[in-house]
Design a protein around this ligand. Structure first.
Ligand code: SF4
Length: 710
């Protein structure tokens, strides 16, 4: 979009974790346009529709501008002084009554790295509460645990250049054409210009699936069966360099023993794919000079999400596709700063990919913050556990920042009464927003373009988003709000940073020597280089790929988790499982598989994108993809309203008849909350509160339902 801009501010897109470089155009102090930054190697001047129109949200009339406190049932405008006093008083009361567990914070990958670090320090170092989680729980936690299981630490090993250089690309459980369009553009270019083979594993016939050499349209919930069968072929046909694998990893015999039982012939009917196609995938990966597997929520949002991530990493170790150009298991991230939240400890770990159970790690963090190790909480609670504690009356105050759980959490029928019950502080950039209907205090926040801070993208590149305009009205940056709350809780000195750069400087000291070492990175360097990848130790160099030296973070003194690593310091731990995690199948009452997910136009719960007319008119309301064969037998016509009924709730959407979904399956975008449509529309009304036991990530990709004509 190009307007009459007088000047352009170089910055980074605030939506997805691709981290596209862009220029925000201003006329005076008014944002009027955006264009892609050709100097940015990530996107070379290209943007998707969300990135191109995000300037539209900066001066939107529904931006939140005033703090509010609920009085006589109504949220009424108050001064910052009054709102912050209520917040501090309520937090103190809750701690006096219940101890640190009386307070919970639910943050977001929408915050910058600096804001996530400040929040982590406040939650763990000042409030000392285990009740601190981020909405990255919903999309990334399976990847984190899966990477830790095999490599000993979080951190995607690959980089975007691998998408250009691989001669075999396996897209497993994701649709980059809609979710990461600029990365899909690079993969497609590789396919068209270099002839890279493209394999897609997805229950839906997405755009990548339509252009792939091979599409395995597997039945939902069967990822583990398929991965085991691919490994089976590698062992059976001696496609593994055992000597090389033994140099890098342990557990080869155990994996071989497990996958022996999963021949393609046995697995094919379970997955609903052809045995010959499974054989083909295994051979293509084994034959490739360099293979990269791209995966996202189709892998992680399942009962065996952690296990599937670990098995994908194992596939790469067995075939030597790691630590080389074009060769990586590569998880793409959803939010601009989801990686940052992971790095600084805002998504369930101690900062710097440290381990709660490691006394040395606890000591390092505590000393850095000037507290005793025993003052740090013993561990961490995820958002689901926090809501359980609300139900039990143990958690009294919840501070919800830059996320909209009334649309995004599973089993909405359970979530909403609990948000009603707890004393809820909502901090957001727009008002109204769905979750604010339950708020006791509302704090207006600045958004992208109105604050400076860093976002780490999917390839571990730390990018800067720059402040170009002032926030509207009385809105403050999330960092300023966190600092003000800390001050009222008596921790002013530890939060007295003059600006976000000072926060980054403090954080990077805590990253020193850890896998996500940023001690050599400065704001100046990021601006100069247009983004810098970690690890980048002080006095060292930036590393484009991880594990190029074949050394992993499995030393128990270093690892992000204790466990099996004790036997294999420095070597990766190969993984396979016999537990497929297929815990839900259609029944007579609920005969369809329900798949939920995202679409290109909208972002999360549409807080921003529904307010952009150019986007909203393209995708104004919820729709349900139904295969024409099913639609015909149910008498459902294109565009008709359909009621979707699951064991957990109902939603209404317009039927979209298409062969993107296989017969017996339906797909519903999760973006649409109930509030805008006077009827239940939220996809997460239909999804149960079932989580992977290790990652605590919900099974958004595996529901069951029946369809009724409205
Ligand atoms: Fe922004 Fe992602 Fe679109 Fe790039 S691909 S413009 S980072 S939303």
């Amino acid at each position: 979009a190009r307007g009459k801009a007088e000047r352009w501010v170089s910055t980074t897109c605030g939506y997805c974790s691709t981290g596209c470089g862009l220029l925000l155009g201003l006329e005076g102090d008014t944002p009027v346009a955006i264009r892609g930054d050709e100097a940015c190697a990530t996107n070379r001047g290209q943007l998707c529709i969300k990135g191109a129109y995000q300037w539209r949200t900066l001066r939107h009339p529904e931006r939140a501008t005033t703090p509010m406190v609920r009085k006589n049932g109504q949220l009424v405008p108050v001064s910052w002084e009054e709102a912050l006093q209520v917040v501090a008083d309520k937090i103190r009361e809750a701690i006096a009554e219940q101890g640190p567990e009386g307070v919970g914070i639910y943050g977001s990958g929408q915050l910058t790295l600096e804001e996530n670090y400040a929040l982590t320090k406040l939650a763990r170092g000042v409030l000392k509460t285990p009740n601190f989680d981020s909405n990255t729980r919903l999309c990334m936690s399976g990847t984190v645990q899966g990477l830790i299981k095999v490599f000993g630490a979080d951190g995607p090993p690959g980089c975007y250049e691998d998408l250009d250089l691989a001669d075999c690309l396996l897209i497993f459980g994701c649709n980059p054409a809609e979710m990461h369009p600029q990365l899909w553009r690079r993969m497609l270019k590789n396919r068209l210009e270099r002839g890279a083979r493209l394999i897609v594993v997805d229950p839906r016939r997405t755009i990548p699936a339509r252009v792939a050499d091979l599409h395995l349209q597997l039945r939902p919930g069967t990822n583990i069966y398929l991965l085991n069968a691919i490994l089976h072929v590698l062992f059976r046909d001696n496609l593994i360099n055992r000597e090389e694998v033994a140099r890098l990893a342990v557990g080869l015999e155990r994996v071989e023993e497990i996958v022996k039982k999963y021949s393609p012939a046995e697995v094919a009917p379970l997955c609903g794919v052809a045995a010959v196609d499974i054989e083909q995938v295994a051979r293509w990966i084994a034959e490739a000079k360099a293979a990269t597997t791209v995966f996202v929520q189709g892998v992680t949002q399942s009962a065996a999400g952690v296990e599937a991530v670990s098995t994908i990493c194992t596939l790469h170790l067995l075939t030597g596709h790691i630590g080389r150009p074009g060769a990586a298991p590569f998880s793409l991230t959803g939010q601009a700063a989801a990686m940052s939240a992971r790095e600084v400890g805002a998504s369930g770990f101690l900062p710097g990919y440290r381990n709660w159970q490691n006394p040395r790690h606890r000591q390092e963090v505590a000393v850095y913050w000037g507290i005793k190790p025993e003052e740090l909480p013993a561990g961490t609670n995820d958002i689901g556990t926090m809501l359980d504690m609300v139900a039990e009356g143990k958690l009294k105050v919840m501070w919800n920042i830059a996320t909209n759980p009334v649309v995004s959490l599973p089993e909405q029928a359970r979530v909403r009464p609990l948000l009603e019950k707890v004393f809820l502080i909502v901090q957001d950039i727009f008002y109204p927003v769905e979750t604010a209907q339950y708020a006791d205090v509302f704090l207006p926040a600045a958004q992208w373009g109105e604050k400076t801070g860093t976002y780490t993208n999917s390839e571990r590149r730390v990018n800067l988003a720059e402040r170009a305009v002032n926030p509207p009205g009385m809105a403050k940056t999330d960092l300023e709000i966190i600092q003000l709350v800390a001050k009222r809780l008596g921790a002013e000195e530890a939060f007295a940073w003059p600006d976000p750069e000072a926060v980054f400087e403090e954080w990077k000291g805590l990253s020193r020597g850890r896998p996500c070492d940023m001690s050599g990175i400065t704001y100046g360097l990021i601006r100069q280089e247009r983004g810098v990848q970690w690890p980048y130790p002080a006095g060292g160099v930036s590393q484009q790929r991880l594990y190029t030296d074949g050394h992993f973070w499995t030393d128990p003194e270093q690892s992000q988790s204790y466990g099996d690593f004790n036997q294999a310091a420095g070597k990766a731990w190969l993984f396979a499982t016999d537990i497929p995690g297929e815990i839900l199948r259609p029944t007579e009452e609920y005969p369809f598989y329900l798949n939920t997910g995202r679409i290109m136009e909208h972002y999360h719960s549409r807080t921003k994108t529904k307010r952009i007319p150019e986007i909203q008119q393209l995708a104004p309301e919820p729709f349900l993809e139904i295969n024409p064969l099913n639609a015909q037998s149910l008498g459902i016509k294109e565009g008709e309203k359909v009621r979707i009924v699951s064991p957990w709730g109902t939603a209404v959407a317009r039927a979209r008849l298409c062969d993107t979904v296989a017969p017996g399956q339906v797909f519903l975008p999760f973006h649409f909350g109930d509030a805008d449509y006077q009827q239940p529309t939220a996809g997460n009304n239909l999804i149960g509160n079932v989580v992977n036991p290790l990652s605590r990530q919900p099974l958004f990709k595996l529901g069951i339902c029946r369809l009724e004509k409205c």
